[in-house]
Every structure is written in structure tokens, then in C-alpha cells.
Write a protein that binds this ligand. Structure first.
Ligand code: KG4
Ligand code: ZN
Length: 331
């Protein structure tokens, strides 16, 4: 009998559902909540209300696209955390109700683990083998992890302050870019040259820091704007290229160190910032054994939740109907 997993993702501002049949993706529906853009960031209250409105139509669209009847589902996998609690609770309550009604297993998935496990989807892209070195880079996380199995993650290093995505979004805001600034910064950087340099962090071991870069960009812009009020406008593309390079350099320094220290020979990238073209290029130039997620799997999606659920189910890691949502949860 086929293993059919329904994945549900509601950790932030995307309401998503996916259907995975024997590890093959049959539907991957994402409803992006564009209403946050006007506010310059995600408004938690708006996000949870939007999830409540969209969760049923999004799940129905996924089942219909996959041509799967609810009663044929093997299990429901949902994002347990980390994320916005109000958003997570919508996915939790929905998934539990469905699992209860259908009398099928419920599987709680860690959002950042799923960003790395998405590489196991049975498609045309190469799949890593355990153990591997994982780099997670998103709006809320930046970590280097050793991954020994579908549920065995060891943190080797992480950010001491802002996440890489946050660094893109906050410096982008200083440059007048709309939220989230990462994708636009990437696009503009292609038209510019990284001719400005900013202070480098000095952080021990495999940890990261991005707050110094943010301050350095802020002071540099203030100084230049005092001399020329149109400085940003005149240098936008070069500023984007320079900030992007600084962020990628910070990440790469620790990736190189981690590969050498652990002796792991596969590097797996995951999280929203994995869409960044400069980071992808830098990683490809560093090691031949790098696994970059296909672009549709870089931002938040439920395909990765379904895949993580599929792997956990294989290891019989099923959760109780009392499992809680967690805004913070170690990987
Ligand atoms: O994983 P994700 O979709 O949501 C979180 O779990 O946080 O990541 C969102 C982050 C945002 O900070 C966004 O600016 C960043 O990913 N991002 C990018 C790019 N695309 C998305 N950052 C740099 N370059 C990109 N192309
Ligand atoms: Zn994410």
C-alpha cells in the first residue's frame, strides 16, 4: 500500500499544504499572505487570522490536485515550530482534528529540520546521504548542523544575534527596499559591484553574528547621506551587491571551517535565504558535493513538512494528539 502524507505548514505568513505519495510530490500549494507587505513586516495577529481563513481551501486544493481522497491518507504531518505561536496553533488544531477524524497518525515536524530534509523528495534532483553538514538560513535562523538521521540533528554553530535573512531584510529596509528585502537585494546586486566594504564580525568557533554588519551599514549610510542626500539612490545597486557579499562572506567563512572540522563531505543548504544566487554560487565553488534546494523549495512550503513526516513515519516517530505548538524549539 502507498504511503500518502498530507503536510501542513503555517509557521509564519504562508498557508501551505502538500501531498506526498511514496516520497513523490503530487501537490504543493502555497497561499502567500501579501497583506503584510504594507506593514513592512509580518503582523502576527493578521497572519493567524489569514491561516484560519485559508487552511481548509488550501488543503482541499492540495488533495484535489493530487487526486487523493482524505480517507486514503496514511498520516498528517504539521509544523510544530519554531514560528509565530498564533500561526502554528492553526496548523496544529487543524492537523489534530483531521488525524482524529480519520484515525491516522499525527507527526509533528521541526520547521528548520524540514528545510534540510526537503532534499529527500523523490524527484530529478540529487539526494544527500546521512551524515551531512546542513546550513539553515532563514528569516529567523542561521545554523550549521550535523545531520546523522531524519530526527538526529546536532547544532555545531548558530547566530548570536540576527539571522541571515534578517540581515538582508533589515539592511534592505535601510536602503528603502520593501519587506522582505532579500529577493530584491539579490536582484539589484546583480546589476552592481561590491565596491563598499563593511566591518567583519569576530565570533569564535562556528557561530555567526550579523548585528555588527547592520550597525556598520547604518553608520556608513548616515555618514554618506550627510554629504549627499541622494547617496542611496545613486549607489543602490552597488550597495546591494556590497551588503550581499558581506552576508555571504560571513556565512562562507564558517561553512569552510565546519567542513574542515567535521570531515563531513556533503553540504546541504536549506531555508529562505538558500534562494540567494550569490550564496548558491559561493557554495558551489567551495565544494563539489553541495545540495542546493530547487527554488520552489527554498521559501516556506508544505512539501518539506510532508517529506520530514514521511521520514519520521518510517522511523515510527509518531506524536500524540496532545502535542503542543512551540514558538521556540531546538533543532
Ligand atoms: O525560510 P523562510 O521562507 O521563512 C522563515 O522561516 O524565516 O525565509 C524567509 C527569508 C526572508 O528573510 C527573505 O528576505 C529571505 O528568506 N530570502 C532571501 C532571498 N529569498 C528569500 N534572502 C536573500 N536572497 C534571496 N534571493
Ligand atoms: Zn522557513
Amino acid at each position: 500500500m502507498a504511503t500518502i502524507i498530507l503536510g501542513i505548514e503555517t509557521s509564519c505568513d504562508d498557508t501551505a499544504a502538500a501531498v506526498l505519495v511514496d516520497g513523490k510530490l503530487c501537490a504543493n500549494i502555497v497561499s502567500q499572505q501579501l497583506e503584510h507587505q504594507a506593514h513592512g513586516g509580518v503582523i502576527p495577529e493578521l497572519a493567524s487570522r489569514a491561516h484560519v481563513q485559508r487552511i481548509v481551501p488550501v488543503v482541499e486544493a492540495a488533495l484535489s490536485k493530487a487526486n487523493i481522497d482524505k480517507k486514503d491518507l496514511t498520516a498528517v504531518a504539521y509544523t510544530q515550530g519554531p514560528g509565530l505561536l498564533g500561526s502554528l496553533l492553526v496548523g496544529n488544531a487543524f492537523s489534530k482534528s483531521l488525524a482524529l477524524a480519520l484515525a491516522i497518525p499525527l507527526i509533528a515536524v521541526h520547521h528548520m529540520q524540514a528545510h534540510l530534509l526537503v532534499h529527500f523528495i523523490d524527484d530529478d534532483y540529487p539526494t544527500p546521504a546521512f551524515p551531512f553538514l546542513g546550513l539553515t538560513v532563514s528569516g529567523g535562523h542561521t545554523q550549521l548542523v550535523q545531520v546523522d538521521g531524519a530526527a538526529t540533528f546536532t547544532v555545531l554553530g548558530q547566530t548570536k544575534d540576527d539571522a541571515a535573512g534578517e540581515a538582508f531584510d533589515k539592511t534592505g529596509k535601510m536602503l528603502g527596499l520593501p519587506y522582505p528585502a532579500g529577493p530584491l537585494m539579490d536582484k539589484y546586486a546583480k546589476k552592481g559591484k561590491a565596491k563598499f566594504s563593511f566591518g567583519k564580525p569576530t565570533v569564535e568557533g562556528l557561530d555567526f553574528s550579523f548585528s555588527g554588519l547592520k550597525t556598520s551599514v547604518l553608520y556608513y549610510l548616515r555618514e554618506q547621506q550627510d554629504k549627499d542626500s541622494k547617496f542611496i539612490e545613486k549607489n543602490l545597486y552597488d550597495l546591494c551587491a556590497s551588503v550581499q557579499k558581506a552576508i555571504v562572506d560571513i556565512l562562507m567563512e564558517k561553512v569552510v571551517k565546519a567542513l574542515a572540522k567535521t570531515g563531513l563531505n556533503q553540504l546541504v543548504l536549506g531555508g529562505g535565504v538558500s534562494a540567494n544566487s550569490e550564496l548558491r554560487k559561493a557554495l558551489e565553488n567551495t565544494t563539489s558535493n553541495v545540495f542546493l534546494p530547487p527554488l520552489p523549495y527554498t521559501t516556506d512550503n508544505a512539501a518539506m513538512i510532508a517529506m520530514a513526516g514521511h521520514l519520521k513515519l518510517k522511523e515510527n516517530k509518531i506524536d500524540s494528539l496532545e502535542s503542543e505548538s512551540k514558538a521556540r524549539i531546538p533543532i
